[in-house]
Design a protein around this ligand. Structure first.
Ligand code: HAM
Length: 414
């Protein structure tokens, strides 16, 4: 029996890993420009880090977590998301005790036992941001702007920022009742899955993809009508800051989020190129999360951005970067030139060039085949005749031209 990667997981093969490096490099640059510092937390945590925060009725907690008991009889979970572990770490290491805000970034795998489909995996990957310890609506706007700038820098075209506010618990309670009342006249038309959603969390009716629920949503009362004055002021300030930053967005009452820890601002950025799993990223404010983990008041806002989904959209838009290629392949005519060939390779690499060399004494033909398939720009051909004359043959593999040049000129010609 041949073994395969588990369902819903993927190997990131050498011919695609450069795309991940490209995305991660842009993320590091932009988040660094905004002053975010990287945090890395373990792949697994005490299950309570998630069960206490993501919401007892959320899909993540009820059916998607990869949990296991370790040999010390501790119940652990592979992280289904990155935010709760970061807050756990902040509390554990007293990182927020000075009262100053923290700007944190991360790159992490996440694990969710979901039904795999395009853009949805059991091991997926996120880049993310958490702005910890600030009440300011400008913190929300900064996270949204940074996320938007990241996608623009990446080269994504068909993106849309969708913004909503979930208010605080008291108004949400009233709103839940209003939503239940509104949908109750249509119950017999809703799919069983939608009904189950409604029982767990009525607000999830609003982001259901059940066509009938989508139709009923059009006439549902907007949550914004229920916001308490503080939340309404906060939301207006977020929008003002986004307008000033030139970040285009649309108010979207269907942005509810699948994790229960949010309050006030929530947002998603979507792409029409993604089909059913249209969210490139999702985030929002989670002022109560630290308390659920036994900490104090730690108002915070953040976002998680799916790496796979961004790469899917880049590919569909034809905007993937070109794969990096070696500068030179050194073709050796016989084992007696190996020492000189290695010397040339070392000097070129020291000067920052990407250099490939064959160590298996293959025939000239097969070395040229390797050079071609590596897409190297140049080949340096080296035999003992060349060495005694102090020259090499430099072949431009793109244009097909070749010339003999002095050994001392190799670096300047490449
Ligand atoms: P989330 O909406 O669950 O939020 O995930 C954020 C993004 O991760 C999604 O929009 C999607 O791009 C990607 N993603 C999630 N699950 C999968 C999957 N199974 N397959 C492929 N991609 C996936 C969170 O995780 C929150 N921690 C975000 C956050 C940070 N909120 C505040 N700070």
């Amino acid at each position: 029996m041949s073994l395969k990667a588990p369902r819903g997981t993927h190997d990131i093969l050498p011919n695609e890993s450069y795309q991940w490096q490209y995305l991660e490099a842009i993320f590091r640059t932009i988040s660094g420009n905004f002053g975010y510092q990287e945090i890395r937390t373990p792949i697994f945590e005490d299950v309570q880090v998630f069960s206490r925060t993501a919401g007892e009725t959320s899909d993540i907690v009820t059916k998607e977590m990869y949990t296991f008991e370790d040999r010390g009889e501790r119940i652990c979970a592979l992280k289904p998301e990155g935010t709760a572990p970061i807050v756990r770490s902040i509390l554990e290491h007293s990182l927020a005790n000075s009262g100053a805000p923290l700007r944190l970034s991360y790159i992490t795998p996440i694990f969710r036992y979901e039904r795999p489909q395009k853009g949805r995996y059991r091991q997926a990957h996120q880049v993310g941001l958490e702005y910890i310890n600030s009440n300011s609506p400008l913190a929300d706007a900064e996270v949204i702007e940074l996320t938007y700038r990241f996608y623009v820098a990446l080269g994504l075209e068909s993106i849309q920022v969708n913004l909503n506010s979930l208010g605080r618990e008291t108004c949400r309670q009233q709103y839940r009742e209003a939503v239940l009342k509104h949908y109750s006249s249509y119950l017999s038309d809703l799919e069983p899955e939608t009904m189950a959603r409604m029982e767990k969390n009525p607000l999830r009716l609003l982001d259901s993809k059940d066509p009938k629920a989508v139709e009923v949503r059009q006439s549902a009362p907007p949550i914004l009508d229920f916001l308490e004055p503080d939340s309404a002021t906060h939301f207006a300030a977020v929008q003002k800051a986004l307008n000033e930053a030139g970040v285009p967005y649309a108010a979207d009452p269907s942005v509810i989020r699948g994790l229960d820890y949010y309050s006030d601002t929530v947002f998603e950025i979507s792409s029409t190129k993604l089909g059913a799993q249209s969210a490139l990223c999702g985030g929002g404010r989670y002022d109560g999360l630290a308390k659920q983990l036994g900490g104090g008041n730690l108002p915070s806002v953040g976002v998680g951005m799916g790496i796979e989904r961004a790469l899917i959209v880049l590919a569909e838009e034809g905007n993937l970067p070109e794969a990096p290629v070696p500068d030179v392949f050194i073709v050796q005519l016989g084992p007696e030139v190996a020492t000189t060939a290695a010397l040339i390779a070392r000097e070129l690499r020291a000067a920052g060039k990407k250099v490939l060399i064959d160590h298996d004494q293959r025939s000239l033909k097969s070395q040229f085949r390797m050079a071609d398939s590596s897409n190297a720009r140049f080949a340096i051909v080296l035999g003992s005749d060349e060495i005694s004359k102090g020259v090499v043959t430099l072949k431009d593999l793109k244009e097909g031209s070749q010339s003999e040049i002095a050994l001392s000129q190799v670096l300047e010609r490449i």
